[in-house]
Design a protein around this ligand. Structure first.
Ligand code: DGL
Length: 279
């Protein structure tokens, strides 16, 4: 029987829309509810306990909307809070780290993989471990991992500066060490980075495969729903809802480039800090 409940997706703000758009591409018939925690963003420079608390609160909100699955569409929240959410959620939880790692292992030919993300994501070492675990699982030896935090990419993406001289100079500064290390695969381990893919590609050169973790996660969402018999089938027009913890107008004004299309009007406002959670 068709499961017409929506897929719940959350992020620290607008970046997760790059994940949502990938979900829409592979599952156009599914209803979705997106929550952007804009009033408490960014998560990328917060502590572990804060990120876990915020993520648990966001999970509670999505559960109150009777979602059939929760997608952590934020690399930072995935890196810190996935284990906790997976244990506590009443529905399956999908994160973006392992799918990104799997995609990197599939793509690399020379075994040299770069990972770029927020300070919080990189400092957990979760991505590095995920890539190493995937390599081991597939019997691939001699993997070398090079990591780099690129905090300014988030501001550039939000400012709409993803294809100008400032973006190019910033990318050059951040990425030159990875290029010099001879990587052939680069994991964009932050929701905002796919917007800068053109400039990142220019700096790194054609030989590099860029891994979009949102795309990789969307494929996992599709597989899980299909294998579990939980797709919505031909249930008619899907409903696409949006909520933000900050001003809806503000959210709507910056969302379009991240989503790749205009938002349906009527973004709701909701703050999840009202939920009491234990870490
Ligand atoms: N969504 C975050 C991530 O993917 C980036 C923005 C933030 O720091 O909150 O890591």
């Amino acid at each position: 029987m068709a499961d017409t409940r929506p897929i719940g997706v959350f992020d620290s703000g607008i970046g997760g829309l790059t994940v949502l758009r990938e979900i829409w591409k592979v599952l156009p018939g599914e209803s979705t509810i997106y929550f952007g925690d804009n009033s408490r963003a960014p998560y990328g420079n917060k502590s572990r306990s804060t990120i876990i608390r915020y993520s648990l609160q966001n999970m509670k909100f999505l559960e109150s909307k009777d979602v059939k699955m929760i997608v952590i569409a934020c690399n930072t929240a995935s890196a810190y809070a996935y284990d906790t959410l997976k244990d506590r959620a009443g529905v399956p939880v999908v994160e973006v780290v392992t799918p990104g790692a799997e995609a990197a292992i599939r793509a690399t030919k020379n075994g040299r993989i770069g990972i770029i993300g927020t300070k919080a994501t990189i400092s957990t070492g979760v991505y590095k471990k995920a890539v190493e675990d995937c390599a081991e699982k597939h019997g691939i030896k001699n993997i070398e991992i090079y990591q780099k935090t690129c905090p300014l990419f988030v501001s550039l993406a939000e400012e709409g500066w993803w294809d100008n001289e400032i973006a190019r100079l910033t990318a050059k500064e951040y990425l030159t060490p990875l290029k010099e290390a001879g990587i052939d695969t680069l994991v964009m381990a932050c929701t905002h980075y796919p917007l800068l893919a053109k400039v990142i590609g220019e700096i790194m050169g054609d030989v590099i495969t860029l891994v979009n973790t949102g795309e990789a996660a969307a494929a996992v969402v599709k597989n899980m729903l299909t294998e579990g018999g939980n797709t919505s089938g031909d249930a008619g027009t899907p409903k696409r809802e949006f909520f933000t913890s900050d001003e809806p107008e503000m959210f709507e004004s910056v969302a379009t480039p991240f989503l790749g299309e205009g938002l349906p009007s009527g973004t709701g406002h909701f703050t999840t800090d009202r939920y009491e959670v234990e870490i």
